[in-house]
Design a protein around this ligand. Structure first.
Ligand code: AMP
Ligand code: GLY
Length: 414
């Protein structure tokens, strides 16, 4: 029987904990630092994600068989390298391989070198250079700050004023990091994640994420406001295209560069009229995609991860039903928001909840930007949508908001 440590504290980590917990070969699940809402399936360990020394000491003391790292920050800071050195089995890419997410310009450069389809781009190094470029490249255009921004450093500018404002905005916060400015792509977006070990790539089922804060894709980009899986209007041939032209070539490219990738590889994909293109790579499970995909994964997660790490082939089976979930976020997110507002009726719901950012203070309160992921499974998308929204309406949380159009989509001509 295995003992698992999950590193992270959001909805993705709660979903991981639930998934590991249901495996017949898992004895105990710990989450560090976790959040108060994960106590149903895991033991919460008060060690931060960047405190590698204490995470290593804890793993040794508790005889942890597998450490699974959720978020990107500890990965790009080298948690995997540190744990490997200490002789602990950890699933996630090395710091060098994690650059694929941490640096948009690194990822772009690699995609160009290996002919992996993506939007055309330039990297600029100053505000003046950025503004100059914009004068000859009108909107629609996309501006991306380099570095880890939790999906929030991207502006899809549909007019020139927005593009210029985004450049000014970014250079208020950062003074030296490069900016990526890229061509606007139009099409159907999907998230494709895979367990990767060097050249071996084992895809999970795809999910659809909703990046914008408000209904009808209005508002700022967020980490994700809702998700569902499977995604019936994404054709199998597009997923195959993404595997053949994006995921497998990138895994091979990393090997070729001498920085082989082991961990979860996330391809943000867009099916366009010129084939499937890469929007971004992440080096970890997406959040909230993990919640809906892991709810459908029937193969025991601990065995999958250990087999992948051992270089074995794995077969993944999924519940054919639709999983759908809606994020309840703190009013103001993804900008500043008020914390510690009450959340009532949470424990009497008839559907599953992943806690993204709650705390317990004589009752549930909000602590993070994204707070709850309310989700369920059903035979049809309509049915699961209806159930989830009915249950959300029962939650009494005046400090939170949510999108009311998760599970609906406008078909884009591809
Ligand atoms: P990213 O953090 O790079 O995934 O960008 C966040 C979101 O912005 C994506 O999920 C897309 O919805 C949108 N986006 C990013 N790049 C582009 C692009 N080149 N064209 C159109 N939309 C984009
Ligand atoms: N939901 C997208 C991400 O995790 O980056």
């Amino acid at each position: 029987m295995r003992r698992i440590l999950i590193v992270g504290s959001g909805g993705r980590e709660h979903a991981l904990a639930k998934c590991f917990k249901k495996s017949p070969t898992v004895e105990k699940v710990f989450v560090a630092p976790g959040n108060a809402g994960m106590g149903d399936v895991a033991t919460i360990v008060p060690i931060g994600v960047m405190d590698f020394e204490n995470l290593i000491n804890f793993s040794k003391y508790e005889n942890i068989d597998l450490v699974f790292v959720g978020p990107e920050a500890p990965l790009s800071a080298g948690i995997t390298d540190a744990m490997n050195q200490a002789g602990i089995r950890v699933f996630g890419p090395s710091a060098k391989a994690a650059q694929l997410e941490a640096s948009k310009s690194f990822a772009k450069q690699l995609m160009n070198q290996y002919n992996i389809p993506t939007a055309k781009h330039v990297t600029v190094f100053s505000k003046v250079e950025a503004l100059n470029y914009l004068t000859s490249h009108p909107a629609p255009i996309v501006i991306k700050a380099d570095g880890l921004m939790a999906g929030k450093g991207v502006t899809v500018a549909m007019d020139d004023e927005t593009a210029v404002a985004a450049v000014h905005d970014i250079y208020q916060d950062i003074s030296y990091d490069p900016l990526v400015i890229e061509e606007f792509l139009e099409g159907e977006e999907f998230s494709l994640m895979a367990f990767v070990n060097h050249e071996k790539v084992f895809p999970l089922e795809i999910a659809r994420d909703y990046k914008r804060a408000h209904d009808n894709d209005k508002g700022l980009n967020t980490g994700g406001m809702g998700a569902f899986s499977p995604v019936p209007f994404i054709k199998d041939e597009w997923v195959q295209d993404a595997m053949n032209n994006i995921m497998i070539p990138m895994a091979k490219a990393m090997v070729d560069q001498g920085i082989p990738f082991t961990g979860m590889l996330y391809g943000g994909c867009m099916a366009t009229k010129d084939g499937v293109k890469t929007i971004e790579f992440n080096v970890r499970f997406g959040d909230p995609e993990a919640e809906v995909i892991l709810a459908r994964l029937l193969t025991p997660l601990d065995q999958v991860v250990l087999d992948v790490m051992d270089g074995k082939d794995v077969e993944l089976t999924f519940d054919p039903r639709f999983a759908l979930g809606v994020v309840m976020a703190s009013r103001g997110y993804p900008q500043s928001y008020v914390k510690n507002t009450p959340i009532k009726n949470l424990d009497s719901l008839g559907v599953d909840v992943c806690h993204m950012g709650t705390d317990w203070d004589d009752g549930w309160v909000n602590k993070g930007g994204r707070v709850l992921f309310v989700m369920d499974l059903a035979e049809t998308l309509e049915k699961v949508r209806e159930t989830v929204y009915k249950e959300i309406a029962r939650i009494d949380a005046p400090g939170l908001f949510y999108r009311s159009d998760i599970g609906q989509w406008k078909e884009v001509q591809v």
